[in-house]
Design a protein around this ligand. Structure first.
Ligand code: T5A
Length: 227
C-alpha cells in the first residue's frame, strides 16, 4: 500500500493542510503540485485560499487587498479577515473535511497571527477572541511554512505580477517583509508538532519533495501508526 493510500480510510475526516509564508514564497505553486500528487494517489482534495475561498469571502478579499481595510485601522482590518474566514470555514472548509475531503488552503489563521498580530500590533486578546468566533477548535493538521529570503520572494511576486500594481501588503517596505519572515520562523518554532519550515529558495520540484517528506513524517506516519 502506498504512503498516501494508508490514510485513505472510508468515513474518516479529511486532512487539513495550510500553506504559509511571505509574498512570493511559492505557496500557490506548491499547493498545485501537492494537489496533483494527491489526485494521482486517488485522494479527494480541494484547493482553496484566504482571504477568500467562498463567494462571500472573495468579496472581502477584494476589499482588503485594495487597501480599503487599511484605512479603517489594524483592529477593523483584522475583523474583515475574520469575517472572511468565518464564511470560508462554515461554507467550504468544514463541510469538505466532514465529507472526508482533504483541504489544501493557501494561508489560514497563521497569516492573521503574523500580519495583523506581529506586524500590525493587534493585541493577543483581539486575535484570540476572533479566533474563538471564527474557527473554534479547528486547526490545520499540518502547516507548511515556506521560508525564502525577502529579496527572492519579492522578486518572484513582482515577476508574476508583471505590469500590475503591488497589492496592499506587497507595497509595504522591506523591513515589513523581513519582520514577516521572522514572525513565520517564530510561529514554526513555537508549534513544531503542527508546523514544518521549508527552505523555499530551491527549485519548485525540490521544494515539492520537501513538502511531500513533511506529509509523510507528520500525516502518513501518524495515520499508519494509529491504524
Ligand atoms: N493576509 C492574508 C493577511 O494579512 N491576513 C490574513 O489573515 C490573510 C489570510 C493575500 C494577502 O493577504 C494577507 C497576506 C497577503 O499579503 P495573495 O494575493 O493571496 O494576498 O498573495 P500571497 O498569499 O502572498 O501569495 P503570492 O501570490 O504573492 O505568492 P505565492 O502564492 O506564495 O507564490 P506563487 O506560487 O504564486 O509564486 C510566485 C512566482 O514565483 C514563481 C511562480 O512561478 C510565480 O511566478 N515560483 C518560483 N520560482 C522559482 N523557484 C521556485 N521554487 C518558485 N516557486 C514559485
Amino acid at each position: 500500500m502506498g504512503e498516501a493510500a494508508a490514510v485513505r480510510r472510508p468515513g474518516g475526516r479529511g486532512k487539513f493542510i495550510s500553506f504559509e509564508g511571505g509574498e512570493g514564497s511559492g505557496k500557490s505553486t506548491q499547493i498545485k503540485l501537492l494537489a496533483d500528487r494527491l489526485a494521482a494517489a486517488k485522494l479527494r482534495a480541494i484547493v482553496t485560499r484566504e482571504p477568500g475561498g467562498s463567494p462571500g469571502a472573495e468579496i472581502i478579499r477584494h476589499l482588503v487587498l485594495s487597501g480599503m481595510g487599511k484605512l479603517l485601522g489594524p483592529d477593523a482590518e483584522t475583523l474583515l479577515f475574520a469575517a472572511a474566514r468565518d464564511d470560508h470555514v462554515r461554507t467550504v472548509i468544514q463541510p469538505a473535511l466532514n465529507q472526508g475531503t482533504w483541504v489544501l488552503c493557501d494561508r489560514f489563521s497563521d497569516s492573521t497571527r503574523a500580519y495583523q498580530g506581529r506586524l500590525g500590533n493587534v493585541s493577543p486578546g483581539v486575535l484570540n477572541a476572533m479566533q474563538r468566533v471564527t474557527i473554534g477548535d479547528l486547526k490545520p493538521d499540518l502547516t507548511i511554512i515556506l521560508d525564502v529570503p525577502v529579496e527572492i520572494g519579492l522578486k518572484r511576486a513582482a515577476a508574476r505580477r508583471g505590469t500590475g500594481a503591488p497589492d496592499r501588503f506587497e507595497a509595504e517596505d522591506i523591513k515589513f517583509h523581513q519582520d514577516l519572515r521572522d514572525a513565520y520562523r517564530q510561529i514554526a518554532a513555537e508549534d513544531p508538532d503542527r508546523c514544518v519550515l521549508i527552505d523555499a529558495s530551491a527549485s519548485p520540484e525540490a521544494v515539492a519533495a520537501q513538502v511531500w517528506t513533511a506529509l509523510r513524517d507528520h500525516l502518513f506516519a501518524m495515520a499508519t501508526s494509529s491504524a
